[in-house]
Design a protein around this ligand. Sequence first.
Ligand SMILES: [Fe+2]
Ligand SMILES: [Fe+2]
Length: 450
Amino acid sequence: MCGKLGEGDSPHFAAGFGRTGPTGYPNLAFVPAKWGPSPGFSRTLLRRRRTAGRHMNLEDHLARLNRIGIALSSERDLTRLLATILQEARDFTHAEGGTLYSVEGDRLRFLATQNDALDRRSSATVCAAHEPDEYLPLSRESMAGYVGLTGQAINLEDVYRIPPDRPYRFNSGFDRRYDYRTQSMLMVPMKDAEGHILGVLQLINALDASGTIEPFDGRWEDLVMSLASQAAVAIRNVRLTEELKAAYLDTIFRLSVAAEYKDTETANHIRRVAHYSAIIAEGLGFEPDRVERIRCAAPMHDVGKIGIPESILQKPGKLTPDEYETMKKHTILGARIFDGAEAPLLRTSATVALTHHERFDGSGYPHGLEGTRIPIEGQIIALADVFDALSSPRCYKPAYPIERCLEIIRHECAHHFHPDVVRAFMARIDDVLAVRARYAPEGIAQPESS
Ligand SMILES: [Fe+2]
Ligand SMILES: [Fe+2]
C-alpha cells in the first residue's frame, strides 16, 4: 500500500485531499499556497512580499508568530490548515518550497507540500507525481527521519555538501525527477507542549531579495520551531475533531445496525438507503452540508424498532391489526430517542424516524400528515426506503426487476411520494443503481466490476 521514498522524492502531489487516511490525516497532497503564487504569479510580486518581511525586528516577528498561532488554532479544515502552515513558514523564512511530514509510529508520512518554482510549471508535471500514502522510514539516515527521531533541527547551506560526520544523507530523487536544485534546507521538529515530536517541517531554498538562493538565517530557527509547534498542535486538534466526528457517525451507524438486527433487514440496507437519500437530496439542489446530514440521519429511520418486540418484527405471516398498531409505534419511539437533542444531525434523525412512513396524500402514519406538511427529509427517506424494499428480496417476495420498481414509484407519485422527490430520484437513477450495485442486496449477485 505504501510507497517508500527518500525525502526530496515527494514533493508534488495533486488533490487527494478531503479523504483522510487511516490516521485521520488526509492523503498526501500538493497544497496550493493560500495567497498564491499560482502559475504566472509575478516573481517580482513574490519578492516584494518576501522583502517586506525582511526588515521586521524580533518583536515584530513574535507579534506575527502570535497572529499566526491564533489563525492556525481557529482553522477547522485540515487541507486549508496545512496550506496555511506551509505558506506562513515559507513567508517567515523566505523559502521557495516546504513540506510537512507527520510522525506515525516508526514512519514519517508526507502530508503536504508547496513549491513556488514548480508551481510555475505545468500542472501536468505536478499531477503526474500524485501517489497517495507515501511513507518514509523514521531513521537517522534520512534528514527528516533524523529530525523526527532526535528532535534536533537541521540547517544546511547546501544539501549536496553535508559534512561526512553527519549520520544522514540527502536523497536527490526529487531534484532529478523534477529537474530541480535543492540547495539550502531548514528542517525543524514539530513538537507538542509535552515535547512529543508529532511531525517535521522541511523548508527548502531560502531566497534573498533578488531571488537568489541563500542559507536559512540561523537566528530564526527558534521562531520557526515555535511556529512548527503551534502548527503541530493545530494539526492534532483538527485531527482529534475529525476523529470525534468519525466516531460520532460510526456510533450512529452502529446504533442503526443494532435496531436492524431485531428486524430482518441488513447493514447494507442501511447503507443503500443512506446513499439513495443523499442522491435525492443532491437532486433537489440541497447544499452539501444538508445532503451530508440527510445521508447520516437516514440510517436512523427505523431505530425505533429497538423498542418493538421481535415476535412482531420477525413474524413471518401477516400482522394482526393490534400488532400492526404496535409496529407503527417505531416511528414515535425512534423520534423519542432523540428527544431534546440539539445537534442538527440528531434533530434531522428525529425528523426522519418520525416521518418516514407519512405519505404525501395524508394516508401515512403516525400523524397522517399531508403534502408539504411532511418534512422533506422524511419524504426523501420514504422513497429511498421503499425503493430498497422493492428492489431487494424479502422473505415474502423476490427482488422486483428495476423497471417494475420504477413503475410502482411513478404510480405512487403524489400518492405515497412527493412529486419533487420522485423527479429528483428518477433524474439520478443511474447513480442510484450504481449504489445498489456497490452494496448489492443479499441474494443478488454482485456485478463483477464492483
Ligand atoms: Fe420504518
Ligand atoms: Fe428501512
